[in-house]
Design a protein around this ligand. Structure first.
Ligand SMILES: *[C@@H]1O[C@H](CO)[C@@H](O)[C@H](O)[C@H]1NC(C)=O
Ligand SMILES: *[C@@H]1O[C@H](CO)[C@@H](O)[C@H](O)[C@H]1NC(C)=O
Ligand SMILES: *[C@@H]1O[C@H](CO)[C@@H](O)[C@H](O)[C@H]1NC(C)=O
Ligand SMILES: *[C@@H]1O[C@H](CO)[C@@H](O)[C@H](O)[C@H]1NC(C)=O
Ligand SMILES: *[C@@H]1O[C@H](CO)[C@@H](O)[C@H](O)[C@H]1NC(C)=O
Ligand SMILES: *[C@@H]1O[C@H](CO)[C@@H](O)[C@H](O)[C@H]1NC(C)=O
Ligand SMILES: *[C@@H]1O[C@H](CO)[C@@H](O)[C@H](O)[C@H]1NC(C)=O
Ligand SMILES: *[C@@H]1O[C@H](CO)[C@@H](O)[C@H](O)[C@H]1NC(C)=O
Ligand SMILES: *[C@@H]1O[C@H](CO)[C@@H](O)[C@H](O)[C@H]1NC(C)=O
Length: 637
């Protein structure tokens, strides 16, 4: 009894063991979002579960029309008018690290359906994966975009970029986990690459279907297979069988068995099979071809042998399905990676003997290099700035500031730092945008800024002293704002500064001496039209504008001076009275007294003239500096 139990346990253990090795032992992660929806829902016929709308940065929920029967049967969508910014995203968290198929269905807002279809760009984590092409609403497999990506950070950002042709409108987003090794095509495959699905065709008899409808393994990612009954040359025939197909649903790609139960076969009169499609030029493509020998007339290896050519180049020589798959009714998957310069991709199966060709399915992916990102420190800085400056929503500023390179944030200039493989913000130009906020300290996290131009807004408050730590700054233009307070001493540390415009604000106080010193180094500074700046040539000398302590000091000083003056006046008056009295006494005869008064007057005048000439000397120094300054491009009106 005990022994039997042990045996059973061992069998169960071994079964579990082999199962866990043949396929991942759990259901794949799947998240499906019904855009614009206010409630979770299930759709027929497969009871697919859709989450209500989440993670979006803006946009408007609306009722939509499905552009094609293959779109999921959802009623709502989310669209992004230009007033919400040129780029909007879905930032989705809670996605475990893994390999995913991300699919986005497009929709059309019911009220907009009369006008033309929107054209826009789509990016995943900053990498541009798809630009919608005119006519997408007429092609079943163009009503969605799909890419295979690795996600490592528990989140993914899917963004939609306006191109000026209508408002992006999104029906659904699906994030479906696939096998870690899915679509391994060679050494280039991996984290640095995304595969965009360009075409997925099931050849022969049948219907267009999703993986779910095929009864395919969920680890296959619920692929959509567009059915094609002829390549169009009139030289091919569909064929199908019910026979079981061996080696079909294997990892890592888990192709549905029925994919191999139909095929296109070339005719004896025209033995070549040729499929041609339009593609974007100058890209690399990964091409996956599916075969199974399901033709009764071919029964052994060597009976059907053909070359596979792409755009005229042989990429697979002497393909013998039975030999390579090991048997009849057995799946064979071959893949090849090729660069395509032109706008067409032609796949030709060219029989080498007197046989003909056969094919079950074709998949074509565009290989896309993953974009570098912007340094996260600088992204955070810009996000803080966005809030602090109260950036209008028409700016968008969603997703990554620098990528996709075709769609950087308005106002941001980006530079790729190749040594760290990250983008940095090189310049920020938001002049004359009606901004009403303040400058946060965090602006100093933009440590690679060379230019900052915020001229002509209504930015109030103080200039943050942290600005002085951005030592790369060459141009700083904060002119024509409502900035107040004094210029921080730290700005003196900006050793690269060439242009500094602080004119047209309400700044007051002493201009940092270090800045004044900088004036001699071919720099151009403008401090005019402020409440009261002082301390450098061309501006008033400081004194009137002092700290509270100094003001108290001056006040006390003034009181003492006043008292002193009063005392002096009293003394003088008394003395004058004395003199008058003496004069009255001396009116009779005392000439020497008058001479003595005269002498003291002379001494006083001499002293005054001395101090005056000293002052004049100092003033002369100033105007010297000013003359020197005026020789260079120093502007101090
Ligand atoms: C969408 O359609 C439903 C009725 O089907 C209607 O009640 C709802 O108000 C519509 N929503 C919008 C945003 O137009
Ligand atoms: C994910 O995090 C790693 C390191 O933590 C970083 O190198 C990578 O750029 C991040 N990826 C994304 C898409 O944010
Ligand atoms: C795809 O082709 C490459 C190179 O020929 C090969 O190394 C790889 O194993 C193939 N992938 C699959 C899944 O067959
Ligand atoms: C195509 O692949 C080659 C070799 O891997 C690479 O040098 C080239 O940059 C790629 N082209 C594109 C457009 O990605
Ligand atoms: C395939 O062909 C090779 C020689 O071309 C032969 O050695 C091998 O046995 C064949 N395999 C099968 C399964 O027929
Ligand atoms: C790139 O970044 C590194 C490290 O932050 C820095 O030392 C280097 O100067 C930067 N290169 C450029 C060209 O900015
Ligand atoms: C800032 O932008 C304004 C408007 O384009 C321009 O006139 C000004 O010269 C810029 N400032 C600097 C320092 O380049
Ligand atoms: C600057 O202006 C703000 C109001 O915008 C005011 O609260 C603050 O006290 C002012 N600071 C100085 C130093 O005048
Ligand atoms: C400095 O700013 C004032 C206005 O604030 C302007 O009139 C003057 O032309 C500017 N000086 C230079 C040299 O740009």
């Amino acid at each position: 009894m005990r022994k039997d139990l042990l045996l059973i346990w061992m069998i169960i253990f071994c079964l579990g063991f082999t199962l866990s090795f043949s396929r991942p032992g759990r259901a794949p992660f799947a998240m499906r979002i019904s855009c614009g929806a206010q409630q979770d829902s299930q759709t027929k016929p497969t009871q697919t579960h859709w989450l209500k709308d989440l993670g979006y940065t803006g946009g408007i929920a609306a009722n939509g029309t499905r552009p094609s029967y293959i779109s999921p049967p959802l009623r709502t969508l989310r669209y992004f008018p230009l007033s919400e910014g040129p780029q909007n995203c879905y930032n989705i968290n809670g996605v475990p690290k893994g390999h995913y198929s991300i699919r986005i269905f497009f929709g059309i807002v019911i009220q907009h359906s009369a006008t033309s279809e929107p054209l826009f760009d789509i990016s995943i984590d900053g990498t541009l994966i798809h630009s919608l092409k005119p006519g997408w609403t007429n092609e079943d497999d163009q009503v969605f975009s799909e890419a295979l990506v690795f996600l490592n950070n528990g989140s993914v950002s899917i963004c939609f970029h306006s191109t000026g042709h209508g408002d992006p409108a999104i029906l659904s987003i699906e994030i479906l986990e696939i096998d870690e090794k899915a679509y391994y095509f060679g050494p280039q495959w991996g984290q640095e690459v995304m595969l965009r699905t360009v075409k997925r065709l099931s050849c022969g008899y049948g219907q267009s279907k999703f993986g779910i409808d095929y009864g395919g393994d969920p680890w296959g990612g619920d692929r959509f297979w567009r059915h094609i009954q002829t390549f169009g040359q009139g030289s091919d025939q569909p064929r199908s069988v019910e026979t079981e197909i061996k080696k079909a649903s294997l990892p890592p790609n888990f192709y549905p068995e029925s994919l191999y139960q139909s095929a296109l076969v070339s005719t004896d009169s025209e033995p070549e099979l040729t499929y041609t499609m339009d593609v974007d030029p100058n890209r690399n493509y990964s091409i996956w071809l599916h075969f199974a020998e399901i033709d009764n007339s071919v029964t052994a290896a060597g009976q059907r042998v053909f070359d596979v050519m792409i755009n005229g180049h042989v990429i697979l020589r002497d393909v013998d399905i039975i030999n390579m798959s090991g048997d009849r009714y057995t799946a064979l998957v071959l893949n090849a990676t090729i660069p395509v310069d032109g706008r067409t991709l032609t796949i030709t199966l060219h029989p080498t003997g007197d046989s003909n060709a056969i094919i079950s399915a074709i998949e074509i992916f565009e290989i896309i290099m993953v974009e570098s990102k912007t340094i996260s420190e600088e992204v955070k800085a810009l996000q803080t700035l966005k809030t602090a400056l109260g950036l209008p929503s028409r700016f968008g500023w969603n997703g990554d500031p620098c990528v996709p390179q075709e769609h950087p944030w308005t106002g941001a200039d980006c530079q790729l730092n190749r040594s760290i493989g990250k983008w940095v913000i090189d310049g920020l130009d938001l002049n004359n945008q009606g901004l009403k906020g303040f400058l946060p300290n965090d602006i100093s996290r933009l440590q690679n800024l060379h230019t900052l131009n915020l001229s002509g807004n209504s930015i109030h408050g103080a200039i943050p002293s942290s600005l002085g730590t951005i030592t790369s700054l060459e141009v700083l233009d904060l002119s024509y704002n409502l900035l107040n307070g004094s210029i921080p001493e730290s700005l003196g540390q900006l050793i690269s500064l060439q242009r500094l415009n602080l004119n047209g604000n309400s700044l007051s106080g002493r201009v940092p001496e270090a800045l004044g010193g900088r004036l001699l180094h071919r720099a151009s500074f403008n401090f005019t039209d402020n409440s009261g700046l002082c301390g450098i040539p061309g501006l008033p000398t400081c004194g009137a504008h002092l700290s509270a302590g100094a003001k108290v000091g001056i006040g006390l000083g003034a009181c003492f001076a006043f008292l002193f003056l009063v005392t002096c006046s009293v003394c003088w008056w008394k003395r004058r009275q004395n003199i008058l009295r003496a004069k009255q006494i001396a009116a009779r005869a005392a000439p020497y007294a008058k001479a003595r008064t005269h002498l003291s007057d002379i001494q006083l005048t001499k002293h005054q003239s001395h101090s005056h000439s000293h002052h004049h000397h100092r003033h002369h120094h100033h105007s010297n500096a000013r003359t020197a300054a005026e020789n260079g491009p120093i502007l101090l009106s």
